[in-house]
Design a protein around this ligand. Structure first.
Ligand code: HEM
Length: 435
């Protein structure tokens, strides 16, 4: 999908021309009911999904200019056919970047280029092979004890208090520390990048104001420079970590990928590698502590925790929607979709599809096919960090169930969610226990 203009991926300000893609179609009843930034939807999008999956499982929303896809098999079809459903728009800002923010972007000298998640098939295959192969089980497994120690260190800080807010006191920082350890950066840097990550979620996938966009663009300049410095430093002294491995691979054969591409993948991973895990774990804990029997089951049978992690990624995953764009006219779920049409796959809906997951709105840590969920994508772009994410979530649950089995939700709390189209994560989780 070449427009001849520079592609900024997530910092794109010029939307792809979709004028031929059905934008003038009238909205159906389902489309009119689709209000992804409304309070009710953010609190519980599953009510809308359950209804819409039955009435119009593929519908066009003229308001947002997306073809919204709700059934499991249709989403799987989109994922499995990247040539027809290209991922090049996966990171485009949902709300186009305003001219003032674009100006700041242009002054920052950002070397952003499509990388893995939004890369077209031809180059993606090549890059995924190199960057995926280096993401070895050995590298991931050697993180286990270190992540457990980090989780314990955070729990130690509040274990005698009888009360905690788990997102800010545990889940916010731990995944950032884990990914930074994996890549080879310091703890202080992790906290700095974490803050940028949260802002980026709203600005890139939400409905930000112009001044929020401008502020984010300044932050992105800082983050880009930080990433370049991180890679350049590793190039001089490569460590015993994933970034060190990638630098060694590049050093041995610089034709495999450019240094700028390596900057880009590191930039991507610093975001993909923690905000997602923070939010998925928060959602999961909310479910488990609401459905107390399930929590107690995990306390009694910790061997079920690995499957419970899959069930969390099914019932309320943190990337619950993701985007594609059609490269030709096609048919999906019996609906004809034009070329250049923007597709919004709602994995959160597919994950509740009763055809695949009977009693889909019930959390069941023993569910046989929980791992079939779409929470980590599917096919060529399947989440590269999945083994690390799964391990982190498992360790957090193992440590909480073993150290604080009497944990319970503080009553009467209201739940806050960030207003974004594709990310879903409860922002606060007040818990208490007998200290
Ligand atoms: C619970 C946590 C996570 C969730 C829910 C999640 C979800 C996803 C999803 C939905 C995709 C897109 C798949 C597609 O387009 O087919 C993706 C891609 C990706 N994720 Fe994750 N992710 C998580 C954690 C991580 C972690 C810890 C890393 C660590 C580096 C990571 C790195 C990546 C990368 C590099 C890609 C792009 C892969 C490609 O396009 O080839 N993710 N993830």
């Amino acid at each position: 999908m070449s427009t001849g203009k520079k592609q900024y991926g997530m910092f794109q300000s010029e939307p792809i021309d979709t004028s031929a893609a059905g934008n003038s179609l009238p909205g159906s009843e389902t489309a009119c009911a689709f209000k992804p930034f409304s309070h009710d939807y953010l609190q519980d999008p599953y009510q809308f999904f359950d209804k819409a999956r039955k009435s119009e499982p593929v519908f066009f929303s003229p308001e947002y200019n997306y073809w919204v896809v709700l059934k499991y098999e249709d989403i799987a079809t989109v994922y499995r056919n990247p040539e027809t459903y290209s991922p090049v728009n996966a990171r485009h800002p949902v709300t186009p970047i305003c001219p003032a923010a674009a100006k700041v972007r242009d002054q920052q000298n950002l070397g952003i280029e499509p990388s893995l998640v939004d890369e077209a098939s031809d180059t993606h295959k090549h890059h995924r092979k190199i960057f995926g192969t280096a993401f070895t089980p050995k590298r991931v497994n050697q993180m286990e004890d270190r992540i457990r120690a980090i989780v314990d260190r955070y729990i130690d800080r509040f274990v005698n208090d009888g009360r905690a807010e788990l997102v800010s006191q545990l889940l916010y920082e731990v995944p950032a520390l884990a990914i930074f350890l994996f890549l080879g950066a310091s703890d202080e840097d992790a906290v700095f990048v974490k803050k940028l990550g949260s802002d980026r979620a709203i600005v890139n996938w939400g409905s930000p104001t112009e001044s929020e966009q401008v502020a984010m663009m300044h932050g992105m300049g800082e983050h880009w420079q930080f990433t370049k410095d991180l890679v350049d430093k590793a190039y001089k002294t490569p460590g015993d970590n994933y970034l060190g491995d990638m630098v060694r691979i590049h050093h041995d054969d610089p034709t495999l990928f450019s240094i700028n591409y390596l900057y880009n993948v590191m930039f991507l991973m610093q975001f993909a590698g923690h905000e997602t895990t923070t939010q998925a774990t928060a959602n999961g804990l909310r479910h488990l502590l609401t459905d107390r029997e399930q929590w107690e089951l995990l306390c009694e049978q910790p061997e079920l925790i690995a499957n419970a992690v899959e069930e969390i990624l099914r019932i309320d995953t943190s990337i619950f929607g993701w985007r594609r764009i059609t490269t030709c006219e096609t048919t999906l779920g019996g609906v004809t979709i034009p070329k250049d049409a923007r597709i919004l796959m709602m994995m959160g809906s597919g994950n509740h599809d009763e055809d695949i997951f009977p009693n889909g709105s019930k959390f069941d840590a023993t569910r046989k096919n929980a791992k079939k969920h779409l929470g980590l994508g599917l096919g060529a772009h399947f989440c590269m960090g999945a083994p690390l994410a799964r391990m982190e979530m498992r360790i957090i649950l193992e440590q909480l169930t073993s150290r604080l089995p009497q944990l319970q939700l503080v009553g009467d709390q209201s739940w806050e969610y960030l207003p974004t189209l594709v990310f879903r994560g409860v922002q606060n989780l007040e818990v208490e226990w007998t200290a």
